[in-house]
Write a protein that binds this ligand. Structure first.
Ligand SMILES: NC(=O)c1ccc[n+]([C@@H]2O[C@H](COP(=O)([O-])OP(=O)(O)OC[C@H]3O[C@@H](n4cnc5c(N)ncnc54)[C@H](OP(=O)(O)O)[C@@H]3O)[C@@H](O)[C@H]2O)c1
Length: 198
C-alpha cells in the first residue's frame, strides 16, 4: 500500500488531490499542514493521518517523512527555503520520490511571455530539486481554475508551453498528481508543463 505525505495539505490543489486519492486508490495519506483545524472534510481514520506542522520545522517534518513512499509538496511562499528543508528531511530518512507543484514560466518556456522576478522562488526551488539525486517530478501548471473538469495535456522541459492563455483546472493537476504518485517511475526526474487541453 503506497504511503503518501502531502505537504501543504490545506492547499487548494491538495484538497482536490486528497479527494481523488481517497476515491480512486488505497493509498495511506499523511496530511501535513500548519493549521489542522482548517481541514473541513472528515477523512476516514483508517486512511488518513493528520500532522500539524510547518515544513520549516525540521524535527516535525522528519518524523512525518519516516516510512513514506512519496512526498507530494503543494506549497507557496519561501519555496527555496522550504525545498532545502524538504530535501534534507528526505535524505535523512531515505525517501526518494518527490512530486512538487511549481508554476508555468520558470524556464521562460511560455511563447511570447517572460515572467520576471515574481517566479524567482519557483525557479530557485526547481533548480535545487533538479540538482538533487532524488526521483522527482516537478509540475508547472498554467493559471488555475476551480472547475471540476479534468482536461489537460503536458509538455516536457525544453518544449514550449502550450495553450498558456487558457486556465487549467486544479482537478486536472490533482489527477496528474495521483497518477504520478501511484505509478513508480512515471516521469521520474521530469518537469511537466500542464495546460488545458484545447
Ligand atoms: N494561482 C494560479 O493560477 C497558479 C498557477 C500556477 C501555479 N500556482 C502555484 O501552485 C501552487 C499550489 O497551488 P494551490 O492553489 O494549491 O496553492 P494554495 O492554495 O495557496 O496552497 C499553498 C499551501 O501552502 C501552504 N504553506 C505555505 N507555506 C507553508 C509552510 N511553511 N509549511 C506548511 N505549509 C505551508 C499553505 O498553508 P496555509 O493554509 O497554512 O497558509 C497553503 O495551504 C502554489 O505555489 C501556487 O502559487 C498557482
Amino acid at each position: 500500500m503506497t504511503k503518501i505525505l502531502i505537504l501543504g495539505a490545506n492547499g487548494q490543489i491538495a484538497r482536490v488531490a486528497i479527494r481523488l486519492f481517497l476515491a480512486r486508490t488505497d493509498a495511506q495519506l499523511t496530511l501535513y499542514l500548519r493549521n489542522a483545524h482548517r481541514l473541513t472534510e472528515t477523512a476516514p481514520a483508517d486512511r488518513v493521518t493528520v500532522i500539524e506542522g510547518d515544513v520549516l520545522e525540521t524535527a516535525t517534518l522528519e518524523a512525518a517523512m519516516a516510512g513514506q513512499d512519496v512526498v507530494y509538496a503543494n506549497l507557496s511562499g519561501a519555496l527555496e527555503q522550504q525545498v532545502s528543508r524538504i530535501l534534507s528531511a528526505m535524505n535523512a530518512v531515505g525517501v526518494q520520490r518527490l512530486i512538487f507543484i511549481s508554476s508555468m514560466g520558470i524556464y521562460d518556456e511560455v511563447p511570447g511571455e517572460r515572467y520576471g522576478s515574481v517566479l524567482d522562488s519557483y525557479r530557485n526551488a526547481a533548480r535545487v530539486i533538479e540538482s538533487s539525486g532524488l526521483d522527482y517530478t516537478i509540475l508547472r501548471p498554467a493559471w488555475l481554475n476551480d472547475r471540476d473538469d479534468i482536461a489537460y495535456g503536458t509538455t516536457r522541459k525544453g518544449e514550449p508551453f502550450r495553450n498558456a492563455a487558457a486556465t487549467v483546472s486544479r482537478s486536472s493537476v490533482a489527477d496528474l498528481v495521483v497518477k504520478l504518485a501511484m505509478t513508480p517511475g512515471l516521469e521520474s526526474r521530469g518537469s511537466l508543463g500542464i495546460h488545458k487541453a484545447p
